[in-house]
Design a binder for this molecule. Structure first.
Ligand code: COA
Length: 170
């Protein structure tokens, strides 16, 4: 009965406040650790503990061109999404873009529509801001994350290629 649909409580999303900074930091720590371990060793698992990260979380909560939302079940946070408007890319005919920069749903709460609710709230915010294109960047190895973004209606429009030349220089 514990995990039966009848016992599952409703999950709601809301705008984040400064009181959510620690929650966002904890989820961001889990996200950075997972990304660093599984997909991209250049991601710093210690980043969420830095002052730069704290300033970033704060700016996304406070700045008018930024978005920060938390998902909760019974008042307990289970996920978050941060995003912001992007500067115009002059070489494109589409001028107003926004990026969903990072999001995380706690293990045990995935596959229940939490991520979908967070991206939908971001999309509604983007519509109010007149955004034409929403972007998410995923690690190439994050197959599940990419499937999730596709399920939200996103399509791949480019790939980022990188080469680590550090070893070649030594
Ligand atoms: C990616 C993530 C945010 C998705 O959140 P979620 O709450 O599990 O997603 P939802 O339940 O809203 O899924 C919505 C739809 O996306 C698709 N989807 C989600 N996870 C999927 C997976 N692992 N494989 C295939 N499709 C998936 C499904 O179509 C799903 O709809 P369905 O449940 O009706 O089949 C979550 O799994 C997560 O936090 N992962 C670890 C961190 C991460 O990868 N973040 C994104 C990159 S920054």
């Amino acid at each position: 009965m514990e995990n039966s649909p009848e016992s599952m409580k409703e999950i709601v999303t809301r705008s984040a406040t400064l009181a959510d900074i620690e929650t966002i930091r904890e989820f961001n720590k889990e996200l950075c650790a997972k990304e660093s371990r599984e997909f991209d060793p250049t991601i710093d698992p210690n980043y969420p503990n830095t002052q730069i990260a704290e300033d970033y979380f704060r700016s996304r909560i406070e700045q008018p061109d930024s978005f920060a939302a938390v998902a909760e079940e019974d008042g307990v946070p289970v996920g978050y999404l941060l995003g912001a408007l992007l500067p115009p890319e002059d070489y494109r005919v589409v001028k107003k873009l926004a990026e969903g920069e990072n999001m995380y749903v706690k293990e045990g709460f995935r596959g229940r529509g939490v991520g979908g609710k967070l991206t939908k709230q971001f999309e509604e915010w983007c519509k109010e801001k007149g955004v034409q294109i929403i972007r998410y960047i995923a690690s190439a190895g994050n197959v599940d994350g990419i499937k999730f973004y596709r399920a939200q209606g996103l399509k791949e429009v480019g790939i980022i290629l990188e080469k680590n030349i550090e070893d070649e220089q030594s």
